[in-house]
Write a protein of this length. Structure first.
Length: 78
């Protein structure tokens, strides 16, 4: 897997640093704020997806016998 949550964390901190640049002109600040809103929106979806995956793994760990019935997640055993 190429992108990991640590990569997302790095992108978020990089954007925070861009927003903190005191040399930005007002129009550059507006552009960075717009970019930040887009990044936050996508980031929220990535985090929700990761949370859903963790919940699915926890359920599978607790209910292994259900795995054959959960065809939408796929398995290595197929």
């Amino acid at each position: 897997m190429k992108n990991k949550l640590t990569d997302l964390n790095n992108h978020l901190f990089a954007q925070l640093e861009r927003l903190s640049d005191e040399d930005l002109k007002p129009e550059e600040i507006a552009q960075e704020v717009s970019r930040t809103e887009a990044i936050v929106s996508v980031s929220e979806q990535i985090v929700r997806n990761a949370d859903l995956q963790l919940k699915a793994v926890a359920i599978l760990a607790q209910h292994e016998r259900m795995r054959p019935h959960l065809t939408m997640i796929g398995t290595d055993r197929e």
